[in-house]
Structure formats: structure tokens, C-alpha cells
Design a protein around this ligand. Structure first.
Ligand code: ZN
Length: 57
């Protein structure tokens, strides 16, 4: 289940699969602010080569 945080009042808003699209307009049920989906994934991962992540002094 995808959730978003209202930037106005901090309310947690659950997004249905249909709303999980960029630029989808949703209304905060608490403060009734009009919001737009700008980020879908909270965590992004990418694969790196073993050497790439190693820290070099
Ligand atoms: Zn709100």
C-alpha cells in the first residue's frame, strides 16, 4: 500500500493503485489541500559494480 504525506498538515494519505501515477491529483482528507503526486517510490535502489561502492581514502 502506497502512502504519501500531506505537505500542508503532515497527514498520511493512502493512495490507491490507480492514484499511484505521477501528476495524479489527490485531495488531503484532513485539510482538503489539493495535492499532486510527484514521487512514487520512497526508496530507490540501483545495482552497482562491487568496486563502485568501495570507499577510497
Ligand atoms: Zn493535509
Amino acid at each position: 500500500m502506497a502512502k504519501g504525506i500531506c505537505p500542508v498538515c503532515g497527514n498520511e494519505i493512502e493512495l490507491s493503485p490507480r492514484e499511484r501515477l505521477p501528476y495524479t491529483r489527490v485531495t488531503c482528507p484532513r485539510c482538503l489541500a489539493e495535492l499532486e503526486v510527484v514521487e512514487i517510490d520512497l526508496v530507490r535502489l540501483r545495482r552497482v559494480a562491487p568496486e563502485e561502492g568501495a570507499e577510497k581514502p
